[in-house]
Design a binder for this molecule. Structure first.
Ligand code: NCD
Length: 301
């Protein structure tokens, strides 16, 4: 396979290999970050046609720690804002002969489209509402830092599932391991059909019921930039779908609270929960670098 376009097309063994390789790139406490020369002399192009902080920066750090040269192109500073078509921009990037192109784009399917036009492997860093494979991999790495296995876990994913590429990639990944996945959110943000994404998925509209006995609670941001169907006020949304401290007692005692970021405190998650000892939100960010090192090492030419 060339590149990493999504989690759906991967075999469970691919996921396992990436997750176990990324352990080698994790930084033990008080130790210098692991470095490698695996991509010495190689060029990684980081093409971000949509806003990003965590993902863009962690791909940059990951490439540097592997010894690669990396250039980052963002929409506002590139010819895309001068009206150049996506194919022309990418052909230009392709002419630089990169060994991998990391790409984020607002259109679902954009990386798949480009991978058919370009020789360089494409690593999807988030395409529209479709997939965000490295986020699901770093989420799985974070869960496995605290649990023996992904099998038989009960995972509640709460919020704007319909517009979330993070949810979709996580559903595909967790489903390959037989996890029980409970999706929770209001109907406009979680249509009934979403239970068909993968085996093991169910829908629960009530937050307390969704998190009952959960090993993991994944909270999602309301993707205001992608949705036009509903108009909850922040207060209303938080009242019905926000995660509050009192909810945690319904889940397993050692429940992990996750969020891909950026978080909106007081909208989808209470500050006391985001900052609680159950929250692994910053561990997710930290694992982003290790997992992206494993991904760049595996998929670069
Ligand atoms: C997510 C994304 O961009 O899909 N963020 C991220 O990559 N950490 C989720 C979001 O924007 O809400």
């Amino acid at each position: 396979m060339t590149g990493l376009l999504g989690i759906e097309p991967l075999e469970r063994s691919d996921v396992e290999e990436i997750l176990s390789r990324s352990v080698q790139f994790q930084t033990p406490r008080n130790e210098a970050s692991p470095r490698s020369e695996a991509l010495r002399g190689k060029l990684v192009v980081n093409a971000f046609f949509e806003n990003s902080t965590r993902t863009r920066v962690s791909f940059e750090i990951a490439a540097k720690r592997l010894g690669a040269d990396i250039v980052t192109i963002t929409t506002s500073g590139s010819s895309v804002s001068k009206g150049e078509s996506l194919v022309d921009t990418l052909n230009t990037l392709g002419a630089m002969r990169p060994h991998a192109i990391v790409m984020r784009h607002a259109a679902s399917g954009a990386p798949q489209f480009l991978s058919r036009h370009l020789a360089a492997p494409i690593i999807n860093a988030g395409d529209g509402t479709h997939e965000h494979p490295t986020q699901a991999l770093l989420d799985a790495r974070t869960i496995l830092d605290h649990r023996e296995s992904l099998e038989k876990l009960r995972v509640a994913i709460i919020g704007d599932i319909a517009h979330s590429r993070v949810a979709r990639s996580n559903i595909h990944l967790l489903s390959k391991f037989g996890a029980e996945i409970v999706l929770c959110g209001p109907t406009p943000l979680l249509p009934e059909t979403m239970r068909e994404i993968a085996p093991g998925v169910s829908i629960e509209r009530d937050v307390p019921r969704a998190i009952e006995g959960a090993d993991v609670i994944m909270m999602l941001r309301v993707q205001l930039e992608r949705q036009h169907e509903s108009n909850f006020s922040a207060t209303e949304y938080f009242q019905f779908y926000g995660l509050r401290l009192e909810h945690l007692s319904l889940a397993k005692e050692n429940v992990l609270v996750m969020h891909p970021g950026p978080i909106n405190r007081g909208r989808e998650i209470a500050s006391e929960v985001a900052d609680s000892t159950r929250s692994v939100i910053l561990n997710q960010v930290e694992n982003g670098v290790a997992v992206r090192m494993a991904v760049l090492e595996r998929f670069s030419r």
